[in-house]
Design a protein. Structure first.
Length: 67
């Protein structure tokens, strides 16, 4: 049995994760897929730099708008 989550499974878990994934460009989405595949169980989207920065823009959009 394969323990690797798919992007669709991640999107179903959390609306913020869903919004983050849907905001990715096609290249970023491909990089996410590769990271999930290569890192397997050690991958955590919640700990990824991209997701953390995305959350910062949600909670303080003016401060991070030009970052």
């Amino acid at each position: 049995m394969n323990n690797i989550q798919s992007i669709e499974e991640l999107k179903a878990n959390n609306n913020t994760i869903k919004d983050y994934i849907e905001s990715l460009s096609s290249i970023e989405a491909k990089a996410l897929t590769i990271a999930m595949r290569e890192l397997e169980s050690s991958f955590s989207i919640e700990k990824s730099i991209g997701f953390i920065n995305f959350q910062k823009t949600l909670f303080n959009p003016i401060k991070h708008k030009n970052d």
